[in-house]
Design a protein around this ligand. Structure first.
Ligand SMILES: C[S@@+](CC[C@H](N)C(=O)[O-])C[C@H]1O[C@@H](n2cnc3c(N)ncnc32)[C@H](O)[C@@H]1O
Length: 258
């Protein structure tokens, strides 16, 4: 049995639910009692579900530095892992904790993930000398969705360069929280601005490699079309057809090992 999950290799044929390809086509958002679609910019529950099943064991600790509407908290709860979520915006925190019956194994911290003081706050919620077994990073894709009016919100930074400088702080500061030989996952998309495709996915991926992580996988995932986007499909198709670019149909999930 691998040391970093609960998969029983003697029963390896039974794990058809575990994604093993680097191409994830997820047609429909998984539905359950916890997830609501309320939080703009949330990821599909299947992303943290797959990551948690593949890279942690029951009872282990997951930390999500951009927890948003709490998708990874709900998945950790369902899969009986512990979890800590950080977000600069605590609008959804009450909802999240209520839905998981205010279970004390799940903590939410309203803080700026770029700040070293946030790491101290997280450590206070961990046992003495404890390390996490999985770190999840799903930051804003620069300014594609504006999350709050706070100027330390990564979606409010003026340039891509500034975004990369601030996001790197999160990678560097959080490194010590992860147990050696365990995993971190980055969910990121590229952006198209001023008539240029900016490979934000690969730029942020490189920051992890630069700061001590080993790249283990690059997963390409389809972007799910929300109802709103579906309505605008024709206009986007028209715009692309009348110009020279392709419409985003994918985002990335990068897997790193410490
Ligand atoms: C793409 S969303 C994450 C969504 C989340 N995965 C979910 O499923 O709901 C990015 C989140 O980053 C948060 N954020 C932006 N800047 C931040 C910062 N400096 N520190 C912590 N959180 C930040 C935003 O408030 C937003 O909730």
């Amino acid at each position: 049995m691998p040391k970093f999950n609960d998969i029983d290799l003697k029963k390896w044929k039974e794990y058809e639910d575990i994604e093993l390809s680097s191409l994830w086509i997820i047609e429909n958002r998984k539905k359950n009692t916890y997830h609501s679609n309320q939080y703009h910019g949330n990821f599909v529950p299947q992303i943290p579900e797959q990551l948690i099943k593949r890279f942690t064991k029951k009872g282990e600790l997951v930390i999500d530095f951009f927890v948003g509407g709490g998708t990874s908290i709900y998945e950790a709860y369902e899969l009986k892992r512990r979890a800590i979520g950080v977000d600069i915006n605590n609008d959804m925190f009450g909802d999240i904790l209520n839905k998981i019956n205010n279970d004390e194994k799940y903590k939410l911290i309203q803080a700026d993930s770029t700040e070293p003081s946030t790491i101290k706050k997280i450590k206070k919620e961990m046992d003495f000398n404890e390390k996490a077994q999985l770190l999840i990073f799903h930051p804003p894709y620069h300014n594609i969705i504006k999350f709050t009016d706070m100027n330390t919100d990564l979606s409010n930074l003026k340039s891509i360069e500034e975004f990369l400088v601030e996001f790197e702080k999160v990678i560097v500061n959080s490194f010590e929280l992860l147990e050696n030989k365990r995993y971190a996952a980055l969910i990121m998309g590229d952006i198209y601005q001023d008539s240029v495709w900016h490979p934000l996915g690969f730029q942020t991926m490189n920051l992890f490699i630069k700061n001590g992580y080993t790249l283990k996988s690059i997963i390409v995932k389809n972007i799910d079309e929300t109802k709103g986007k579906r309505g605008q499909r024709s206009i986007w198709r028209y715009r692309a057809l009348s110009s020279d670019y392709y419409l985003f149909g994918h985002e990335y999930i990068f897997i790193f090992k410490k």
